[in-house]
Design a protein around this ligand. Structure first.
Ligand SMILES: Cc1ncc(COP(=O)(O)O)c(C=O)c1O
Length: 427
């Protein structure tokens, strides 16, 4: 056998060798390069908050400092501090009508380790995972598990939420369905009927499999559930169909509801057997939330009226921005430009469309691909947004995510004006 040249030898595992970084982080790097070069960019790419515009609750900040001063600096309990699991249990009961006992809840360092451990606990190599596209990072978690990925193409007619019709053909081979509502990147939610239909399909499939087979599980990511606007309602599988309880594992936490993305407190609730295994797994990763943050979060959540007031203001601030852009895009559309927008329902995202494929710039360049369009909008309007293909959608999809967590309200008008100018130059 011939020896491999050093260029052919991988110095790391095959898994690491082939890991793909986040598309959004790549795009953000391009944007930051422009900013470093002195250009002003309206950067709406990152699903995060500017803490100067959206600080965490003052009482939470103080409580975190207090716990460090009280020397709460050693290992937290492996499944999370009991006070926090109690507080989460109460929050879920009183604000989400979900009944989970403290031993059915696992605390982790944000939602990511929760998702990682759900996949590791439920998905074997070669198992099938079904998830919609666009959606957030399910492709990466599937990859880490060597899973077969079935991507369900969701379309604007269903607000980019997956439907039972799309899922049904693959249901018998699946080990896990990964859903998210309110959804990143679309800022839309499941309708009651839409989610009920999917639950019924899962229940029917588990009946078919019988008691002795590995069931089909649902990972339900509701990290944005507290951020809904207007008449929008958040639904969850277990409240709609209590029989879904043994098959549903939730992803949840404070990262988005309390604008606390850097505080790193997340949790999961689900069947005790699954939660116990996730705990054992995470124990080896050590992806716990820091002890001081856990106790502080428990203290903050002990007063749900205060939590409600914070959320009411937070939602008002976020909705004002989403609605401002929604109106701006509706106006551009009414002026005849090839843009579109979906009514914002939840989270910090707006779904917008630039149907500009094939149009010509002033210099005669044809916008042939979505990448060309993204670059044109960035160069000409100084607006950075993430194309849906970064969330697994088709390369040529003309839909985008605009994130408002870093947006100043006074910028909205300027953005719409810039876009109008850029769109006018196309023929
Ligand atoms: C749908 C969804 N789930 C989970 C996460 C991760 O949250 P965390 O920051 O708590 O890890 C994100 C972050 O953007 C998200 O959009």
């Amino acid at each position: 056998m011939e020896a491999k040249t050093s260029a052919e030898v991988s110095k790391v595992s095959k898994l690491a060798e082939n890991i793909i970084g986040s598309e959004i982080i790549k795009l953000a790097a391009e944007v930051n390069e422009k900013i470093r070069n002195g250009q002003h960019v309206y950067n709406f790419t990152i699903g995060d908050f500017n803490p100067k515009l959206f600080p965490i609750p003052a009482e939470l900040k103080q409580a975190i400092l207090d716990e460090y001063l009280a020397d709460e600096t050693n290992y937290p309990a492996a499944d999370g501090m009991l006070v926090l699991r109690e507080a989460v249990s109460k929050l879920l009961k009183e604000r989400a009508s979900l009944n989970y006992a403290v031993d059915e809840i696992l605390i982790a360092g944000g939602a990511r380790p929760v998702i990682y451990s759900i996949f590791k606990t439920l998905v074997d190599e070669g198992d099938t995972v079904i998830f919609p596209v666009p959606s957030w990072n399910n492709n990466h978690y599937s990859y880490l598990n060597h899973a077969k990925q079935i991507k369900i193409n969701a379309d604007p007619e269903s607000n980019f939420m997956p439907t039972v019709k799309h899922i049904k053909p693959y249901i018998q081979e699946a080990s896990l369905i990964a859903l998210c509502s309110p959804q990143n990147p679309t800022g839309t939610v499941f309708t009651k009927q839409g989610l009920e239909d999917i639950c019924d399909l899962i229940l029917e499939e588990n009946k078919r499999r019988g008691e002795h087979a590995k069931p089909l599980y649902l990972m339900y990511d509701q990290i944005y559930w507290a951020l809904t606007y207007g008449n929008t309602q958040h639904y969850n599988p277990v409240s709609l169909r209590p029989e879904m309880r043994p098959y549903t594992v939730f992803v949840d936490g404070i990262s988005k509801s309390l604008a606390a993305t850097g505080v790193r407190v997340g949790w999961s609730m689900g069947p005790k057997l699954v939660i116990d295994k996730m705990k054992s797994l995470l124990n080896h990763v050590g992806a716990w939330a820091p002890k001081a943050e856990q106790i502080a979060t428990a203290k903050y959540l002990s007063d749900l009226k205060r939590y409600d007031s914070f959320l009411a203001l937070q939602k008002q601030k976020l909705h004002q921005r989403l609605d401002g852009f929604y109106k701006g895009f509706t106006q551009l559309k009414s002026e005849g430009f090839k843009v579109d927008v979906i009514t914002p329902q939840a989270a910090i995202y707006l779904t917008i469309q630039f149907a500009l494929h094939g149009m010509k710039t002033e210099s005669g360049q044809v916008l042939a691909t979505t990448k060309d369009i993204t670059k044109y909008i960035l160069d000409e309007a100084s607006v950075a947004i993430v194309p849906f293909y970064a969330f697994g959608a088709d390369e040529n999809s003309s839909w985008y995510r605009l994130s408002v967590g870093t947006c100043k309200t006074e910028d909205i008008e300027g953005v719409v004006t810039n876009l109008r100018k850029a769109l006018k130059k196309l023929s």
